[in-house]
Design a protein around this ligand. Sequence first.
Ligand code: PNS
Length: 176
Amino acid sequence: MTEGQGATPGRVAICPGSFDPLTNGHVDMISRATRLFDRIVVAVLVHPDKAPLFSVEQRVAMTREVFREQSQVEVDAFDGLLVEYARRRGAQVVVRGLRAVSDFEYEMQMAHMNRRLEAALETVFMMPSEAHSYLSSRLVKEIHRLGGDVSAFVPPTVQAHLIKTAPKGAPYCRQT
Ligand code: PNS
């Protein structure tokens, strides 16, 4: 289903984010959301504030690959206001992850603002497994950029894409 074709039956939740790149923490959170909602739309932001490492096409493709066996999960790109996108997709809920207290202020501000913009849209916060509580796309990119091994933090398909962009001679790229 593509954007704008109307509402999907059942409880539809949107998991929006930059996903630059998708981490095991994102996968954990999205997988948990599939237990609560009938359909999950993973909405990849086209233009994050900073220049992304991966194009939106790459971020969507990697995320689709990871969830290819979960028919409940759809991956789409979006631009513009999240509340407008959610309305077009017939979603009642936005799902966001809370890893630590430090996430709370930013997330609360967004949730309140989205509610002010669209009162019918609820934000639900989910906690990823504590094993992922320290994980972020920013740290994954930094470790990767400095030649470190990120295989424990991202799905294999994401790691493969990262290795393609790895600095030549990075230690973990020489292993195989
Ligand atoms: O993974 P991120 O970068 O923390 O995700 C942030 C995201 C995509 C959820 C947020 O930037 C967003 O919703 N952007 C769309 C534009 C919008 O609606 N802005 C107003 C938010 S209150």
